[in-house]
Design a protein around this ligand. Sequence first.
Ligand code: ADE
Length: 250
Amino acid sequence: MRIDVLTLFPELIEPALHAGVLGRAVNNGLMSVSLVNPRDFATDRHRTVDDAPYGGGAGMVMKCEPLCAAVESLIEKNSLRHVVLLTPRGRRLDQALVREMAVWQDMVLICARYEGVDERVSEMLVSDEISIGDYVLSGGETAALVVVEAVSRMLPGVVGNWESVETDSFYDGLLGPPQYTRPPVFRGAAVPEVLLNGDHAAIARFRRREALRVTRTRRPDLLANLDEEMLKRLADTGRKTGIPEEENEP
Ligand code: ADE
């Protein structure tokens, strides 16, 4: 997968591309991420990328010309179909959207600064507007990193052990189960016995039950979105959704 990030602050993104799981994906060529600065496409002496909003008001707006020139140069090079603007106005990112994006061959992520970008850029070139949540950041760079990192985990070979993706929160629509490591007892708190005895079927059942319990307690809204197959798998654990914990105990 190829991702071009359009940003006035490449230095905010650059270091994250070389660390951890994402760093490995980039270094192993499973994903290529290039940083492109729209300022390099400004044609005036001051390399201007923003201007005051028509109609007045606070702040500045990112200008059409440098942004469009930058996007168009990438489209020419790569025949891109997905041009994404990161904005609080966009479709809210969730794991389902991350999976959709993970099959895209390439994409441009536009990071807005100031009060946003001139609407005509969106109308002419943007195919998708994405928000990472209902809050306002000072720019799209951290949002772009969220997208890049979440999508990278879905690419084959990026996470060495696919099982660890499958136990991620949200992978199957549930929050992840609690995890433990050595020591078996810490300050009097013991690791659940079932995890210590090597019975893999029992461990899988325990984890699914715990994932369901945590989801029901913290994010009951997620249970409403489960698909048929998932509901069947939950039924196999002997659990029904939405009823109090005690009534569910075997
Ligand atoms: N830019 C500013 N806030 C944002 C958000 N919540 N999501 C995506 N891009 C943004």
